[in-house]
Design a protein around this ligand. Structure first.
Ligand code: NAD
Length: 697
């Protein structure tokens, strides 16, 4: 079936794009457009053509289901379609409403005239996939909006309203509230009747008084922001070509640069992340049409660090929250923190006072479980103690209505055990938010043994509503993210014993691209958390290697930022880590006591040991079925742990390095006399894939 409908309105042919949801420019639609233009050309009764989409989308650009397939470039490919439109002898008018992005905007610029709803959403977002607009966008846009505005749009990838380009040549007319298609037909009739020359953007000149000076300035700016990403500077090169070369040569430059970017690991990583993000919501045995439960009111237990942040997510989504605490004092403190968070938004100009007040008013403070009688979902965020959680869930079982979802924010406790406290384990689920819960994008949705499918589907849908990236995890100690980070932290702490300094370790990892090195992260999270886990492990496995330096610092009460000292020193009220000679002394003493002669450790070793520790544990998590797919693990790390996005996540990164190379490095680390026996034992899945020359993704 054709995805472009051809209709005659008097002497105007209308080609209506019809490939829901966003009129992605797949092969059938592209062919339909070409056929429509040809039909109009051949019909003497037609004097002009209008290309239009739906109210919600002119076109969102490439059809992502064709990504990486031969269909994407099969003729007529997008540049061919655009050239075909542009060389039509009859005027072609684009009627732009809703989304007009990427290839969609490039298509519109191939038309001779454009009329638009000023609210239409305009963008060239290719840079977000590490690419540049490759169907003439870098050559046509500067010709109609000037090089500065064009560069801004192309380098930022941002979406802006069409109205922003009022007064430029990008749009010939705006239609505020009327019927856009009707107006476009009238416009097309008029230009045909007047015999106005066709405005081919390719024939226009780029206007700028001093392009060299501008590009010199812009290169510095873009270079500074782009750091690990090659695409923004290539975008700049392409736009620059529009000022120096003929249109056709400029197009050749654009194509060449596009092809180069396609080959970069950064673009591969960004494209991987794009698809990984979409894949997270697919659950093999929970079909997309699984019915969900309505969530119109939420209960939160515990108004501490997590409870307040979790509440804010729902308030922002206009969902009322009953916030419960044990004591009035704790409740007041929690409410005060919520209020302060909104005051902060108002101060930054992100929200009006009125809006902030309305959000805060959606909270119903409570000291009584009776107030949970009508909530649809409760999230527990009380102390991390099984005894306390047991009490809370047995209370919830008594007071909550049938069908209410009972969720725990526990980071380490056994969700199946918590569920078993209730008479309705099928309604129990883990919703593991990350701190600060109103800021961090990641939400681990923990599926218990008995969690019902509709409960899982509801949690995934709700996550979208509160703008989280939800990743399903099975039940295990630490779930996906924290279980892996434990292994990574262990390596960082071991290297501290062996000879590296906290600064060297953090710098090496930050240079690799992590937002924060492991020891700074430990200081931020609180050293006592890791210490408590280690003490438990030492009891369980007495022959386990002790991390003497980290333990000693904790024994000294150095828990990190909250105590003003950890691996670094902190000034009151500040978060920047300062070098502390005291730590140097502790390190030296501990090494001496343990009889360790420190050795020089390379940055390469630091990065490989930390990252491959993640990869090996990730492989175990995958083969145990805790994670559904390798790309889910990548999403956990990209959205919750500051893993460099341009490297695509730990599993994707390992694939890029080559699993055999990862295995070889791990063998070497295992031979280090200071290695913990068993630590570098390769996960069977990793060993198998490496032997077969395969990848995780
Ligand atoms: P917190 O100490 O800041 O807050 C806990 C709050 O729960 C306190 O205000 C306390 O008064 C209240 N509380 C305790 N028992 C209660 C009860 N029976 N009824 C009502 N209120 C009760 O702790 P937090 O950091 O917010 O952690 C809460 C939970 O979230 C824990 O399970 C923790 O493991 C988990 N978690 C924490 C983080 C983090 O980074 N802090 C991240 C993810 C998950």
């Amino acid at each position: 079936m054709s995805k472009a409908h051809y209709e005659l309105h008097g002497r105007v042919a209308v080609i209506r794009l019809d490939n829901p949801p966003v009129n992605g420019l797949g092969h059938a639609l592209r062919q339909g457009i070409v056929d429509g233009i040809r039909q109009a050309e051949e019909n003497d009764a037609v004097s002009a053509v209008v290309i239009t989409g739906s109210d919600s989308a002119f076109s969102g650009g490439a059809d992502i289901t064709e990504f990486g397939t031969p269909k994407m470039i099969a003729e007529p490919n997008l540049p061919t379609v655009i050239n075909f439109i542009e060389s039509s002898t009859k005027p072609v008018v684009a009627a732009v409403a809703g989304t007009c992005m990427g290839g969609g905007l490039e298509l519109a610029m191939g038309c001779h005239f454009r009329i638009a709803d000023p609210k239409a959403k305009i963008a060239l977002p290719e840079v977000k996939l590490g690419l540049l607009p490759g169907a003439g966008g870098t050559q046509r846009l500067p010709r109609v909006v000037g090089i500065e505005a064009a560069l801004n749009l192309i380098v930022s990838g941002q979406t802006v309203p069409a109205g922003m380009f009022m007064g430029s040549q990008l749009f010939d007319e705006f239609v505020q509230d009327g019927d856009l298609q009707f107006a476009a037909i009238a416009f097309a009739e008029k230009v045909a009747k007047e015999g106005k020359p066709l405005k081919r953007i390719r024939d226009m000149k780029v206007e700028h008084a001093k392009p060299e000076a501008f590009f010199m300035f812009a290169r510095n700016m873009v270079g500074a922001i782009a750091k690990n990403y090659p695409a923004p500077l290539k975008c700049l090169e392409a736009v620059k070509a529009s000022t120096e070369k003929s249109f056709d040569e400029g197009i050749r430059v654009e194509r060449q640069l596009f092809a180069e970017l396609m080959q970069t690991p950064e673009s591969a990583a960004l494209r991987h992340a794009f698809f990984a993000d979409r894949a997270t919501s697919k659950i093999a045995d929970v079909p997309a049409d699984t019915p969900t439960r309505d969530i119109n009111k939420v209960g939160v237990i515990g108004a501490g660090t997590m409870g307040t942040g979790i509440s804010i997510n729902f308030l922002n989504a206009d969902i009322p929250v009953v916030l419960l605490e044990m004591k009035q004092e704790a409740l007041d403190r929690g409410l005060d923190n919520i209020r302060k968070a909104y005051e902060g938004r108002v101060k930054k100009g992100k929200m009006t006072e009125d809006e902030a007040r309305k959000r805060v008013e959606l909270v119903q403070p409570s000291l009584s479980y009776g107030d949970f009688a009508d909530v649809d979902l409760v999230i527990e965020a009380v102390f991390e103690d099984m005894g306390v959680k047991e009490q809370v869930f047995s209370k919830l079982d008594d007071v909550c209505k049938p069908g209410a979802i009972l969720a725990s924010n526990t980071s380490t406790l056994d969700l199946n055990h918590i569920a078993a406290v209730t008479k309705r384990p099928e309604d129990v689920i883990g919703l593991h938010f990350f701190s600060p819960a109103n800021v961090m994008r990641l939400l681990e949705v923990v599926r218990g043994e008995k969690t019902a499918k509709d409960v899982l589907a509801t949690a995934m849908k709700l996550a979208k509503k509160i703008k989280k990236t939800a990743v399903v995890s099975g039940v295990c100690d630490g779930f996906i993210g924290n279980r892996m980070i434990g292994r990574y932290q262990t390596q960082a702490l071991l290297m501290l014993e062996e000879g590296a300094s906290p600064q060297q370790i953090d710098k090496a990892i930050e240079k690799f691209g992590f937002v924060m090195g492991p020891l700074r992260m430990a200081d931020l999270a609180g050293g006592d958390i890791g210490w408590a886990i280690r003490k438990r492990h030492y009891e369980e496995k007495p022959d386990m290697k002790r991390l003497v330096i980290a333990d000693r610092l904790c024994e000294m009460g150095r828990y990190g930022q909250k105590t003003g000292a950890g691996f670094y020193r902190y000034e009151p009220g500040r978060r920047d880590p300062l070098h502390d000679p005291e730590v140097g002394k502790v390190i030296e003493e501990c090494r001496k006591e343990a009889g360790i002669t420190p050795r020089k450790i390379s940055d390469k070793e630091i990065v490989e040991r930390c990252v491959y520790a993640l990869v090996n544990e990730g492989a175990r998590i995958l083969e145990e079925g805790i994670a559904q797919r390798a790309s889910d693990i990548d999403m956990v790390y990209l959205t919750g742990y500051g893993f460099p996005v341009f490297r695509g996540g730990p599993m994707f990164y390992a694939d890029q390095v080559g699993l055999l190379n990862v295995m070889r490095a791990m063998e070497q680390f295992a031979n280090n006399p200071m290695a913990d026996p068993g630590f570098w034992e390769p996960a069977p899945l990793l060993a198998k894939l490496a032997a077969e020359g395969k990848t995780f993704n």
